[in-house]
Write a protein of this length. Structure first.
Length: 188
């Protein structure tokens, strides 16, 4: 939680909406706050953003019982027609919040440097198994005493063949390296 997932989704919407038929599904425990944030930011037309209230740990809706999210995606497709990309955002939780492969084709796992430079070293299925690891808020590293070199070293050790992106949405509000990665995945 607080790693910048919603801000990254907003940046990707701004970067990709002009070239793709795009929609978003957000997951929050008891609110639709992330969906409301995206709508208020105007990153997509409101009807392109759906919210799932999980009512419990986010793991349940993104990994264990994906029905509510599948329903949300199918509802978007029924209303909007064929979509090139649907971003499904987890409500966040911890290093074990991974997606079911029945729900997503690719998983992007987002860490926040404010959690400390030890986080990639701790591993967990999100760090080790995601298709892309994003170390976010790099602009805060000095303020929180996080060593980005240590994070890069430990992420590479935990993900020997998996890509890692270091990102600051303050410095790169278009999330350029993540948008480039998404485009490459769509081309496959």
């Amino acid at each position: 939680m607080g790693s910048g997932k919603t801000a990254l989704v907003a940046a990707l919407c701004r970067s990709l909406a002009g070239e793709l038929a795009l929609a978003v599904v957000t997951n929050d425990i008891y609110t639709t706050e992330d969906a409301q944030f995206l709508r208020a930011a105007g990153v997509l037309a409101a009807e392109r953003i759906a919210a799932v209230e999980t009512g419990c740990c986010p793991h349940t809706a993104i990994r264990d019982d994906i029905g509510a999210n599948l329903d949300a995606v199918e509802g978007l497709e029924a209303r909007l027609g064929p979509l090139d990309l649907v971003l499904v955002e987890s409500g966040g939780d911890n290093l074990t919040a991974t997606f079911s492969r029945g729900l997503v084709d690719r998983q992007v796992f987002v860490l926040d440097v404010a959690g400390g430079d030890k986080v990639p070293r701790k591993g967990g299925p999100g760090v080790t198994g995601a298709d892309l690891l994003v170390v976010n808020k790099t602009d805060l590293a000095a303020a929180v005493g996080a060593d980005l070199g240590v994070m890069a070293r430990d992420a590479a050790a935990r993900r020997p063949s998996g890509p890692v992106v270091f990102l600051s949405l303050v410095e790169d509000p278009a999330a350029t390296p993540v948008a480039v990665w998404v485009r490459a995945q769509l081309g496959r």
